[in-house]
Write a protein that binds this ligand. Structure first.
Ligand code: PLP
Length: 442
């Protein structure tokens, strides 16, 4: 415990840590003010250094799907810690965690663990480029895949929050190998493949974009956007990488892949399947874990058997796998029902409050994942997401914070509920909403 206030800590932090934070969006740059420094969390509640309590709707940006300090997860980590913090050698938990993921996600035949979602997407790109002997990667504006050099162009999340086009420090040659297209634009995809199909190693997409706010992949002529991407990539000898770092095991038990209606397995005629998939957040239960996996022939390219080098001192760490496995143990059908109910109730509460106050808004969801846009019309891509009333969001955000509800400090992020968001917790959010909606309207 600390006796210093958040304000004092932020002042100290800004002297020794760039902008006082270890990940940009935490600095409250786009909403202003001092970020609460958090000292403890339990269930759906957070405690800050000033002794204030908040209902949490960030959930550490996704991992805390069972709520904070979940007894089963904490006990599993404690027990694992007693047996050693890191071995740098194979350990049983890695095998069980890979088996758990593979049992849920049909296209994943093999899986390798890394330490973050960024490492997962970076490694998947390397495999795709090696497998195809091609360089070009296609991504979509507003999709965030971590801070990989090749994937920072027009990324969502913090890059959107701070209205940055990309990042300084990315070389021109790296940027040249990434083509950014508008999300959902089939004509643009088709045209690009017609012109440069033989250069394209892979398309990478969020299974359902959630880093510009949540955008549901659009259907056209009975074909979903993910299936269209899979077909187009495969017709041109390229691969599809589906990034489920955020949606994985949250949008549904099988992630967004489970929502999108796959009926078959990789390679089956009637099914669409990504060639590679990336995961993070939920699979580590709050400890630093990411993973990438997919077709066995592609994963077989990894060293030591294959020519693609990829490694990690702490990859497959025993504490991390224990936390991930204990989280999966809590994620049964009943947990997804609880999560779905909390998500639907909260969406309705927010919609009612904003409607009553006359605040233009649209709420979009992908499975149990949702976000609130401060604009009237549906958001289909990054340009729409940017055309929202961020000033209204800022007023709403601060009024909610003042009333004890901790929202993502950005208009471009999903809201995260957990199985600990009980009706009593939702009542506390409901009590805060009318005032915040009024503030947004003012
Ligand atoms: N991919 C997606 C879809 C994400 O949402 C994120 C992080 O939010 C990442 C990749 C990067 O993960 P990490 O922050 O663990 O590096």
């Amino acid at each position: 415990m600390t006796s210093a206030s958040s304000a004092d800590l932020f002042t100290r932090a800004q002297k020794v840590i760039p902008s006082g934070v270890n990940s940009p969006v935490r600095a409250f740059g786009s909403v202003g003010g001092t970020p609460p420094f958090l000292t403890s969390a339990k269930g759906a509640l957070l405690q800050d250094a000033d002794g204030r309590e908040y209902v949490d709707l960030v959930g550490s940006w996704g991992p805390m799907i069972l709520g904070h300090a979940h007894e089963g997860v904490v006990e599993a980590v404690r027990e694992a810690a007693g047996r050693g913090l890191s071995f740098g050698a194979p350990q049983p938990g890695e095998v069980t965690l890979a088996e758990e993921v593979i049992s849920r996600i049909a296209p994943v035949e093999q899986l390798r663990l890394v330490n973050s979602g960024t490492e997962a997407t970076m490694s998947a790109l390397r495999v795709a480029r090696a497998a195809t002997s091609r360089d070009v990667i296609v991504k979509f504006a507003g999709c965030y895949h971590g801070h990989v050099d090749a994937l920072l162009a027009e990324a969502g999340s913090g890059v959107a929050t701070f209205a940055m086009p990309g990042s300084a420090g990315v070389t021109a040659s790296t940027a040249r190998d990434t083509v950014v297209l508008p999300y959902g634009d089939r004509e643009a995809v088709t045209a690009l493949f017609a012109e440069r199909g033989s250069e394209i190693a892979a398309i990478i997409t969020e299974a359902a974009p959630a880093n510009m706010g949540v955008v549901t992949p659009p259907e056209a002529d009975g074909i979903g956007f993910n299936r269209f991407l899979s077909q187009t990539a495969h017709a041109n000898g390229a691969l599809l990488i589906s990034d489920e770092v955020l949606t994985g095991f949250r949008a549904s038990r099988e992630g967004y892949y489970g929502v999108d209606g796959p009926t078959g397995v990789a390679g089956a005629d009637d099914a669409w399947a990504p060639d590679l998939m990336t995961f993070g957040k939920v699979i580590g239960g709050g400890l630093p874990v990411g993973a990438f996996g997919g077709r066995k022939d592609l994963m077989g390219l990894l060293a030591p058997a294959g020519p693609v080098y990829q490694a990690g001192t702490l990859s497959g760490n025993p504490l991390a796998t224990a936390a991930g496995l204990a989280t999966f143990a809590g994620l049964d059908e009943a947990a997804y029902e609880t999560l779905g109910a909390a998500s639907s109730t909260l969406q309705q509460l927010v919609a009612d409050a904003l409607t009553t106050a006359g605040v233009p808004h649209v709420i979009q969801s992908a499975g149990t994942l949702f976000s609130v846009f401060f604009r009237e019309d549906p958001v289909t891509g990054y340009a729409d997401a940017k055309a929202q009333d961020t000033a209204a969001f800022t007023r709403f955000f601060h009024a909610m914070l003042e009333a004890g509800v901790y929202l993502p400090p950005s208009a471009f992020e999903a809201w995260f509920v957990s199985t600990a968001h009980t009706p009593e917790v939702l009542d506390r959010i409901a009590a805060a909403l009318p005032g915040a909606a009024k503030a947004a309207a003012s």
